[in-house]
Ligand binder design. Structure first.
Ligand code: ZN
Length: 500
């Protein structure tokens, strides 16, 4: 017997997740107001069949417990547990989808139950029934005999005719949370005397995507000499672990194209491309939840997530899915999203110590003169930098504090000061005392461009006119300039360009 069967819950108390469904059904049982037709909808392994069986056992139990659970001791319960309860019939519509089968079933449902109070028909994957089979079922659902209950289970409710859905009481089964799955795995491991590493349990819980059956089935496959280790699980699954994903995220944040392609090649060696996309999306989803929408990392992470989601469908039908994924990731890395360097990811552009002290006293007027020169060098073709990528031109220094080769050619202007790296978090912390900080911070995060165009000029392009107004406030300007100047140790002028 598989672990899944062995640990299949037999009563409401031992059922994992689905609390609302459990309460609704156990109350209906206790108050004797169950109906003739139920529809259980939910993804695989979320407990539809398990709940259907507890329900079928409970409606026929002669000693219903105080929580609406079957007693597991009466004659009917024992018959059910031993697989000889003829009044409960389970059919799989995937293999018995013809109208004849359903007609036969309905014909037999007219007879009174043998030992129980009700005949219960559990129809798995009901969406697989043929159209005539649905029609035959519909007639019975319209006026079911008093002694008959139908429990229709499906993973795809949209393929079930509306006429059927409307004649049933519908319950939507939610995916079981990773922590609930992990808890169940720990319990089973303990019962079975299996030593399971926490990392292995978490990997399996994550991989099961809300399905407890898949989780237990996987877990069972990974038992090796009464042990389940993380390394074995990851090796067997070709899992691309979170450590790997973090390195990839870092490479994207740093626009390190060599690293991105190296990681992609590594991925292809270890796992299949679509599996990788699944893992990547799941990693990004977790990261977004972890960092929150107001974090410095959010713009990049959300762009990353949206781009990879959008590429998913294209990758599936492409003869070379990995190429679709690689170019998508490269586009995210070199795309137009305003880049805010991660405090822990981005190394200082250049050693701060090398900044010429003289520049501290450089008047703003000098930096204004420098500007056109740097602009001119920016206008040069960018292809030598990273011309491989189809994304928009990316050398405008929109990633402030982030150095890319050739961005600020040192040779062209020996007096040009260095631009130290800083993170949005530093700026946000500095802005705390400013009136209306929240709107200013939001405006900064929204800005399509907020960057040094040369070492003494910081340019912000507001997203819209509303944000322009926010930047135009003297206290906003003063706070940003103050921050930049204390960071650079020199005079910095702030230019707010007009919103497009
Ligand atoms: Zn019983």
């Amino acid at each position: 017997m598989s672990l899944y069967q062995k640990y299949r819950p037999q009563n409401w108390d031992s059922l994992y997740g689905q609390r609302f469904i459990r309460e609704a059904l156990s109350n209906a049982l206790l108050e004797n107001r169950t109906v003739g037709g139920y529809l259980f909808h939910g993804s695989r392994g979320t407990g539809k069949t398990t709940v259907a069986r507890i329900f079928a056992k409970a409606v026929n139990c002669t000693d219903l417990q105080a929580d609406g659970s079957p007693c597991d001791r009466c004659e009917n319960c024992r018959a059910f547990l031993e697989g000889r309860m003829v009044d409960v019939v389970e059919i799989d519509a995937a293999s018995n989808n013809g109208v004849d089968h359903i007609r036969d079933l309905i014909e037999r449902s007219r007879f009174q139950p043998t030992s129980g109070k009700y005949k219960v028909y559990i129809v798995d994957e009901v969406h697989m029934l043929s159209r005539p089979a649905f029609n035959a079922l519909l007639k019975t659902l319209e006026e079911p005999p008093e002694h008959v209950k139908f429990v229709l289970a499906t993973t795809d409710v949209h393929k079930v005719p509306e006429t059927i859905v409307s004649r049933t009481q519908r319950y939507d089964f939610r995916r079981i949370s990773e922590s609930d799955i992990a808890e169940r795995l720990r319990f089973v491991a303990e019962q079975e005397g299996i030593e399971a590493e926490e990392g292995a349990i978490l990997s399996i819980a994550k991989l099961a995507r809300g399905g407890l059956r898949d989780a237990l089935t996987l877990f069972e496959q990974f038992v090796l000499g009464k042990k389940v280790t993380k390394s074995y699980v990851e090796n067997r699954l070709g899992l691309v672990g979170d450590d790997f994903m973090h390195v990839l995220e870092k490479a994207v944040a740093e626009r390190d194209s060599a690293k991105i392609f190296e990681l992609s090649a590594e991925t292809l060696r270890r796992t299949d491309p679509m599996k990788f996309v699944d893992d990547l999306l799941s990693y990004l989803r977790d990261r977004i939840v972890e960092v929150g929408v107001r974090s410095a990392e959010f713009p990049l992470l959300s762009d990353f997530f949206e781009s990879v989601s959008a590429a998913y469908a294209r990758a599936r039908v492409s003869p070379d899915p990995m190429f679709v994924i690689e170019t998508t990731i490269a586009k995210v890395a070199f795309g137009p999203v305003a880049r805010i360097p991660y405090a822990d990811v981005v190394a200082p552009a250049r050693p701060a110590a090398s900044a010429p002290a003289a520049s501290k006293s450089a008047p703003a007027a000098v930096s204004e003169k420098v500007a056109p020169k740097v602009q001119a060098s920016e206008a040069a073709p960018v292809s030598d930098g990273s011309g491989k990528f189809p994304g928009p031109a990316i050398s405008e220094g929109e990633a402030f504090g982030m150095s890319r080769d050739g961005e600020f050619p040192e040779s062209s202007e020996p007096t040009v000061a260095e631009i130290p790296a800083f993170s949005m978090l530093d700026l946000v912390a500095k802005l705390k005392g400013v009136p209306k900080t929240t709107t200013l911070v939001m405006a900064l995060k929204n800005a399509p461009k907020a960057a040094f165009t040369n070492p003494s000029t910081f340019v912000i392009v507001p997203k819209n006119s509303l944000d322009s107004g926010v930047f135009a406030r003297p206290e906003s300007k003063a706070a940003i300039v103050d921050f930049l100047e204390s960071l650079c140790g020199r005079t910095v002028s702030l230019k707010i360009e007009s919103a497009n």
